[in-house]
Structures are given as C-alpha cells and as structure tokens.
Design a protein around this ligand. Sequence first.
Ligand code: NAI
Length: 246
Amino acid sequence: MRGLKDKVVIITGAASGIGKATALRFAEEGAHIVVADFADGTAVVDQVMEKGVQALYVSVNVTDPDSVATMVAKTIEVFGRVDILINNAGITKDAMMKKMTKEAWDAVINVNLTGVFNCTSAILPHMLEKKEGVVLTTSSVVGIYGNLGQTNYAAAKWGVIGMTKSWAKEMAKNGLRFNCVAPGFIATEMVKKIPDQVLNERILVKVPAGRLGEPEEIAAAFAFLASDDAKFINGTVLSVDGACTL
Ligand code: NAI
C-alpha cells in the first residue's frame, strides 16, 4: 500500500483478534504502532517490533475520556504525532430484546459507540492542526442488517456509521478522512463465544463463501483505507463479509 511507511497509528483493541492482526499488517507496511487496549498488549508490541518498526503499549479504557486523553498524550510524547486512528475496541453482551437488560445495553453502547466518540474527539484537535489524518472504525454487517440477540451491538455498529459519515461531511475540507470497515463473521475470540450449533446451523449456512473470515482479511481492508490509494474515499463503509449480506 502506498503512503503507510513511517505513519503513526493508534489501534484500540489491538491486544487480540482483528486489532492485533491490523497492528501486524500496518507494521509490515512500515508504520509505527500504538497497541491501545485495557488487556495487556505487550506481547503484540514484541511481535510488531520484530517487523522492524517502533511500537508502544498503552493501557486504555475507551469508555473513560481521561484514559483516552492519556493515550493520545503518551503517543504524541513518544512519536511526536498521530496519523491514523483505528477505533476497533469492542464487546458483545447478547440477549434477545425481551431479555436484554439496561446494564447490557449501557455496557455495549459505552464501549462500541461512546468509546469511538471519545477516541475520535481526543485525536481531532491534533489532526485538524496538521490538516491531515485518517480515522477508521470497525463497524459490523450486524450494524447494517441487524441480528437476533444483538439490539445493543447493532445500534452501536449502525451508530458508528452515522458518526463516520457526519465527520466526513464536516471535515473532508480540512484534509481528514473517515471510513468504516464492516466485517462479517471473523474467526476471533468474540466469535468463539457463539455456540457451535448456532455458528454452523444459523450463521455459516448464510455465508456464500462457506467459512469465517480471517482477522488478516479485515486488516487488509484497514490498510487499504488508510493508504494513499484511498485518498478520495471518505465517509464510506467497506463490507468484508464473504458475501453474507447478499
Ligand atoms: P476481540 O475480543 O478479540 O478484541 C476486542 C479487543 O477490544 C480486546 O482486546 C479487548 O480487550 C478490547 N477492549 C474491549 N473493551 C475495551 C475498552 N473499554 N477499552 C479498551 N479496549 C477494550 O474481538 P474482535 O473480534 O477482534 O473484535 C474487534 C472489533 O471487531 C470489535 O469492534 C468488534 O465488534 C468488531 N467485529 C468483530 C467481528 C467478528 O466476527 N469477530 C465481526 C464484526 C465486527
């Protein structure tokens, strides 16, 4: 990909799954990586540095604006700037609507929607001053099409698409780009929580590709959207889903 070498990238939720794969892919492209997660990301930092770039682990809770402000401040202290933010931290707390608690609603909205607001708000003054920057967010096909048992998750994942489009309309003129990737069902810890029977009989039968996606396939989409090859792509959602939404 063009233009990723020596860029500084913050990736939230980078201690595992899609975020970890994205950290490794951006490192292969020559970018320097901030592994931002409330889980320990030091092992990912070690793997990233083996690729010959710099990396930093920052412990962050994306629901807490003070913690997020510290994440941005530490990044700027160490690297001097931030070029790309990937809002990827996310959780699920599934239940059918008639059983969904307010606690489950709040937890998922706080991480998956408000967390994206918090991180993007914190980075914007810096990017606006530089008159360049890319903010990418992990949405989900569930946000576009809905899903049984995921009222909270679908609301958050649809919400980040609305935020992304609004930001593109507001700030494309300032040299900033905002896009989402909407993964289908990807082989990570999150999907391992789905019972085998549900996965095989309800989910995989609806995926024309006949398999789960790999985290590296989402990382590749992020790398493209962050690169100079995507300079005129702003406010869009790229589904990476093995055709499961057709
Ligand atoms: P994962 O569970 O492997 O990774 C999520 C990471 O987010 C974890 O490392 C976790 O510690 C971190 N995290 C959670 N809450 C946090 C908080 N408050 N502050 C900081 N870090 C926090 O899951 P996966 O699958 O890699 O998910 C990554 C993103 O992709 C999520 O936004 C998820 O909703 C989204 N996604 C995943 C799909 C899948 O099939 N696995 C499909 C569509 C979207």
